[in-house]
Design a protein around this ligand. Structure first.
Ligand SMILES: C[S@@+](CC[C@H](N)C(=O)[O-])C[C@H]1O[C@@H](n2cnc3c(N)ncnc32)[C@H](O)[C@@H]1O
Length: 234
């Protein structure tokens, strides 16, 4: 029998649906502060975190493609996390956990220093309404904390389709990371690594991304507060 595929926006999701007796439980429950990777996954592999993981498309794909890596996805919207964990469960993934929560709380309180190998952030919300700008997660303090939580040689992957936000983030992240910048499709997911990327590509929006290695020491520079043109790009 052909493996059962699932689709999102008409694009196949990575991996295939297994018979129900092989499903797993990827929703994270129970006490978790500080987050104990080895206990949760029952082993000690390289650790990948996605903040604002939405429907989990990237993390599901990475968990399928990299079974030796352990993955943790965090999003504040419970409905999205349920959708993401359903996808992980049906693929029988044991190297993925998904949790409803605030990325800022997780980064500052639940993820310990020097404990993570990769942090991914795809399409953080720019928040167009100036009254909501305090909700933007990628503040100078957040970047500083990411630098601490990442291990030596850790990787920060960031992508956005909002040009003013991109210009700010590139400048700000350079204090802590050495950005390699790209704008083409991902070789592993040409139609988009995430739901938002698929939509943005179809609309022809300018997608920018960086894969940035952690610097051994932050550069001696001040990062300006987030203050970019918040208008929605046309
Ligand atoms: C524009 S969507 C992008 C979702 C996904 N990364 C993608 O590319 O399809 C931004 C996501 O960030 C989540 N988010 C916003 N603020 C957050 C926070 N403080 N903590 C966790 N997730 C947050 C939203 O719920 C939403 O799923």
């Amino acid at each position: 029998m052909d493996p059962e595929l699932e689709f999102e926006l008409g694009v196949p999701l990575p991996g295939s649906v297994l018979p129900q007796d092989r499903w797993t439980r990827t929703a994270l429950e129970g006490p978790r502060r500080p987050f104990d990777w080895d206990r949760v996954f029952g082993r000690s592999g390289p650790r990948v975190v996605e903040l604002g993981c939405g429907t989990g498309r990237y993390l599901v794909g990475s968990s399928v493609a990299r079974p030796g890596h352990d993955h943790l996805g965090i999003d504040v919207v419970e409905r999205l996390v349920r959708e993401a964990s359903g996808r992980g469960d049906r693929r029988g993934l044991a190297n993925l956990r998904l949790v409803t929560g605030d990325a800022v709380t997780w980064l500052f309180e639940w993820l310990t220093e020097d404990s993570v190998d990769e942090i991914h952030v795809y399409h953080p919300q720019p928040y167009y309404n100036p009254a909501e700008k305090g909700l933007r997660i990628l503040t100078p303090e957040f970047l500083d904390r990411m630098w601490k939580v990442l291990r030596r040689d850790g990787l920060f992957v960031l992508q956005t389709d909002h040009p003013p936000y991109w210009r700010y983030l590139l400048q700000a992240a350079s204090k802590y990371f050495e950005p390699e910048v790209d704008s083409g499709p991902w070789p592993d997911a040409p139609e988009g690594r995430t739901r938002r990327e698929i939509i943005s590509r179809r609309k022809g929006m300018p997608i920018r991304r960086m894969a940035a290695r952690r610097r051994p020491t932050p550069l001696p520079m001040e990062i300006p507060r987030i203050d970019f043109d918040t208008r929605r790009p046309r």
